[in-house]
Design a protein around this ligand. Structure first.
Ligand code: SF4
Length: 158
């Protein structure tokens, strides 16, 4: 079928079907998203320091805690390594890793961090230790269980 290319997307000529012929694939998978946390701590893919690039906190130095597992499989995903890889860590281990970094702004990201039950304990412990806590979620899981002091960054995937 003939079509036109606009904004790097191919469109059908039929005006009733003016939409990209290829949409990103968001494939929901099972609820645990491939992570195997035992619920005591969390399964962590990596902890690293960088500059915050999202929200009104953009530009500020921040520690990122990237949790393993995701319940989606977006075709454009650039963090596929989190689907399975990671290391089970206790909350205390994570807190002691943060202590040495001297940062008070922390973002918990993924993957999809809300898949792991331990994330709620982790956010509470961080808040108790006076960290400012951001969480970035893919928007597929209810954010209502999070403490109201947690700043939520919700990605709109469509
Ligand atoms: S939600 Fe994020 S981590 Fe999960 S597949 Fe999509 S882009 Fe990758």
């Amino acid at each position: 079928m003939k079509g036109e290319i606009k904004n790097n997307k191919k469109y059908n000529n039929d005006s009733r079907q003016r939409r990209p012929t290829r949409l990103p694939r968001l494939v929901p998978i099972n609820r645990d998203g491939g992570q195997v946390s035992n619920g005591v701590g969390v399964k962590v893919s990596e902890i690293f320091e960088s500059i915050q690039g999202e929200s009104t906190y953009a530009g500020l130095p921040c520690v990122f805690i990237r949790l393993s597992g995701c319940n989606l499989r977006c075709s454009y995903c650039d963090t596929r390594y989190v689907f399975e890889e990671g290391k089970e860590m206790s909350i205390d281990e994570i807190l002691s890793r943060l202590k040495g970094k001297g940062q008070k702004l922390v973002e918990i990201t993924g993957g999809e961090p809300l898949l792991q039950e331990g994330v709620y304990k982790l956010t509470r412990e961080l808040l108790d230790k006076d960290f400012e806590v951001l969480i970035e979620t893919n928007g597929s899981i209810d954010i209502g269980k999070l403490d109201e002091k947690v700043i939520r960054i919700v990605d709109l995937l469509f």
